[in-house]
Design a protein around this ligand. Sequence first.
Ligand code: ATP
Ligand code: MG
Length: 465
Amino acid sequence: MKQSKLISVRLPIIVCLITCGLLYCFSYLIERSFEKFSIRQNVTELNSVITSIERELTYYSPNDNRDEFIQNLLLILTGHHHLFVYIIDDMGKIVYRTRGPNLAIALKSQELERIIENDSTSIETIDKSSYRIAASRVIGEDGKRFTTIVAVRRDVQLEFINRLRNGLGLLIIISCVLALIGSFISIYYTQKPINRLIKKIERISLNNLNYRIPTSSVPVKYVSLVRAFNNMLNRMEDVFTRQHNFTADIAHEMRTPITNLTTQTQIVLNNARTTNEYREILYSNLEEYEKMSQMISDMLFLAQADNRQLVPNLIDIDLTNMIMMMCDYFEPLTDEKNITFQLDGHCSHIQGDKMMLGRAIGNILSNAIRYTPNNEVITITLSQMSEKRVKIIISNPGKKIDKKHLPHLFDRFYRVDESRHRNDSSGAGIGLAIVKSIIETHKGSIYVESDDKSTRFIINLPTAI
Ligand SMILES: Nc1ncnc2c1ncn2[C@@H]1O[C@H](COP(=O)(O)OP(=O)(O)OP(=O)(O)O)[C@@H](O)[C@H]1O
Ligand SMILES: [Mg+2]
């Protein structure tokens, strides 16, 4: 919020400064080019007049053709309203001068010699008015030297430039104020929906994590942002719910055996028992303790997997051999239900942790035995997907698992039939979660398919990690 306030103040100021800078450069260029143009105009005017006067002076003889000379001078000066001429001979006698400023002042100037020599012009202030002055020296027919000073008044031009400067200055100030106001307004309207969005997001807490920002309440350009945010909330809510359920499930799973043990102990303590009776009860308690201990070690295993602390002890494994040995291990259970294992296909040796992979496959096989009807066959298919990947499919006939359960089967404490109690033949519901952690630790993947014929667990494993 603070940041957005900072932007809404900083941005208009930046826009205002940029506008101000650009307009200043623009005004400077206009002023400079006008100044250059007026200088060029004055210099051209002075040069053309002075050249014409020079020409007249070369034929000028004060005794012969003075009248004609004056006539010609007047003709030269026609139309040059702000132009003044001052001509003297080398005796200091004024040959001709126009009415107006006393250009004799300019004669004293040291600049005069310089501008004659360089053929340039200079600026002089006479009677508080500014003039651009040009001068020349010419030798007449009878050998006399004439000095001509021509001046053009600059006041009008200077005043115009001054006005132009003031006008442009005013334009800069007005533009800057408008840019400042304009950017304030546009930022306010751009920020408004974002501020509303921020307020809505700030109201979301753990208590209302199910709240989703309606996409209809934001401008079109923010719809995808809001969708992404809502999706993130979905994921967060899912994690929180699972975390919450996980804690509740642990408490529940621990409470049941502890309650059983407490009740049993209280009953036993109520009456005196024989040694055999005590032994029997202790055996039954031992079973509960073992189950609890197993569950705690399973939880620790999963916590290690979560923290990426599971480091597989990699060795070369012959999967066919390992699976055959596991089938032998489960024989007492399969014999009970007259279930048989069928092992199809083959694959290359892989690198893996024998204990972990044995535990994963064992979990799937024990589930398969539990859910396979009597006298049926559990099929294990091995195949080589590529040089670097192998596939294991463990398929058992039985009741189809509803589609809605499939994505959650690997969640902790997830059981398809929720009514099933822990004391039943089914377990706590963490077997498949452990399987998934192990497979992922081996950089493999696992998924499940189920239809009316069978349920299949499909494992993909790399041959080397
Ligand atoms: N082969 C299978 N056929 C049908 N349902 C299965 C099969 N394997 C697993 N399930 C279902 O998936 C659920 C989760 O299995 P999982 O192995 O995680 O837990 P569990 O076997 O109930 O308990 P635990 O493995 O912790 O002793 C089971 O409760 C069961 O409903
Ligand atoms: Mg299981």
